[in-house]
Design a binder for this molecule. Structure first.
Ligand code: PLP
Length: 357
């Protein structure tokens, strides 16, 4: 589908940040966005890149009442030689459509997803920061816009993509975070929507996260919603626990998100000399293994969080230090290798990089 490009009004705006090292996550947006619409009798139409700005929504539209919404998150990286690269965007296209199917929304052609993002990022390339640890975060979103108060799939959707120059997701940067195991609230149950990227999952997570923040924790670790016993994932990352060179992570049983970074950690295992096992992780056994020193490292994985070391885990008001509480050697190796590939410092043997300029 042809994507029409509309001019910016007046002078092109200069990037609004001056000190890249102070960039935080998710507050600054670039000049343009991609928009495409879908109607039941038309399919996808009117793909366009327009000036970034608010759009008018009917107060009755479905997304505002019944949360029919899905989104994605990926990044564009600026290499030291000026190359601009996306990391595994095909995986995000695939997951968007997985989410769309669960939420009764229309499938978006992968070529439109990739081509739209590529054209938008190329136009906004001046906005991509180049300092270490910075990148351009890409947020594709689909919302239901039919004005109707009945509970049913909408007959009209907007798909749009906005861009955001970002620094580290956690203020601490690549330093150990403290995580609280949540045993009061639950995030998702099998058969629900935990395995898809829809806003409601995140709205439901706010209360637990807020209470954890008040107690000084960066995020919560969710337990399974049925037994409140098995480890699932953290707010915006999948979790891994290392027992020496054996790394364990929760299986994808329907209530956790299948992370692109999680999959990349699996694929890096052989190269980096560790074994990966997907298995149910009983929180009581995990805490006992942390206390006895069997668990040597813990880390989370995510597009925004990259590889984030976890230094402390609190469960039922007791704090437990993982290893020596610092950044473990495997965690560092993974971080260095993954970011090395993303920023073009290390050759990509997996075909993950999509150069766009
Ligand atoms: C709930 C949740 N789990 C895991 C992840 C990590 O997924 P990915 O590696 O695809 O960013 C994210 C972040 O997008 C997330 O929101």
């Amino acid at each position: 589908m042809e994507i029409k490009i509309y001019p910016l009004p007046g002078e092109k705006k200069k990037p609004k940040f001056t000190d890249e090292s102070k960039l935080s996550f998710g507050r600054i947006f670039t000049d343009r966005m991609l928009m495409v619409e879908w109607k039941v009798d038309q399919g996808w139409f009117d793909a366009r890149i327009v000036p970034y700005g608010p759009f008018i929504l009917d107060p009755a539209c479905a997304v505002l009442h019944y949360s029919q919404e899905i989104f994605e998150g990926l990044k564009a990286y600026k290499w030291s030689d000026g190359t601009i690269a996306l990391f595994r965007p095909d995986m995000n296209a695939r997951r968007l459509n997985f989410s769309a199917e669960r939420m009764c929304m229309p499938e978006l052609p992968t070529e439109l997803f990739l081509d739209g993002i590529e054209q938008l990022v190329k136009l906004e390339r001046e906005w991509i920061p180049a300092s270490p640890g910075t990148s351009l975060y890409i947020r594709p979103t689909m919302i239901a816009v039919e004005p109707f108060l009945g509970v049913k799939p909408s007959d009209h959707y907007y798909f749009y993509v906005i861009l955001c120059p970002v620094g580290p997701y956690y203020a601490a940067g690549f330093n150990p975070v403290r995580i609280m195991v949540e045993d009061k609230f639950v995030r998702a149950v099998p058969g629900g929507t935990g395995e898809v990227k829809t806003g409601g999952n995140y709205a439901a997570s706010l209360k637990g996260a807020l209470e954890a923040k008040k107690k000084g924790f960066e995020q919560v670790l969710w337990l399974d919603g049925v037994h409140r016993r098995y480890v699932e994932e953290v707010g915006a990352m999948n979790m891994f626990f290392a027992y020496g060179d054996l790394v364990v992570t929760a299986p994808l049983t329907g209530s956790i998100l299948s992370g692109v970074t999680r999959d990349s950690v699996f694929k890096l295992a052989d190269t980096l000399g560790f074994r990966l096992e997907e298995r149910q992780i009983d929180i009581n056994e995990l805490i006992a293994d942390i206390r006895s020193g069997k668990v040597t490292e813990a880390f989370g994985s995510g597009t925004a969080a990259v590889i984030t070391p976890v230094g402390h885990l609190a469960y039922q008001d007791e704090m437990h230090q993982v290893g020596d509480g610092g950044v473990g050697s495997l965690t560092r190796k993974l971080y260095d290798t993954l970011t090395g590939i993303q920023y073009g410092r290390i050759e990509d043997p997996f075909g993950w990089i999509r150069k766009i300029a």
